[in-house]
Design a protein around this ligand. Sequence first.
Ligand code: 5GP
Length: 111
Amino acid sequence: MATVFGKIIRGELPSEKVFENERILAIKDIHPVAPVHLLIIPKKEIADLQSLQSEDFALLSEIISVAQQLAKQFKIEKGYRLLTNNGSEAGQTIFHLHFHLIGGRQLGPMA
Ligand code: 5GP
């Protein structure tokens, strides 16, 4: 099913891109919860972490590598949070796998 992120990936909706290659797009979150709030999104349509198949596990390594690069680029490498919400009970609202990269202020407790 087409999600907002699917439309952004296909260029049908605008976004502030901070990284892109053949497999991954990273954009600024439209409602940032911290001075740096980026979304790292595999272009492949995968609903959530729990749906990820073993053949896609390499994407996770690449997402972590992109997160490290972006953390340096945005000067938050000393402290940041990289997280994904899996399922609506965890607060997921867009059912296309994505990781939040959050930093730039003292972060509070997890939940
Ligand atoms: P989730 O709640 O699924 O873990 O995260 C979805 C995130 O996407 C939220 O932080 C929300 O602010 C962000 N978001 C929703 N719609 C858009 C949009 O159209 N553009 C961008 N850049 N971010 C969006």
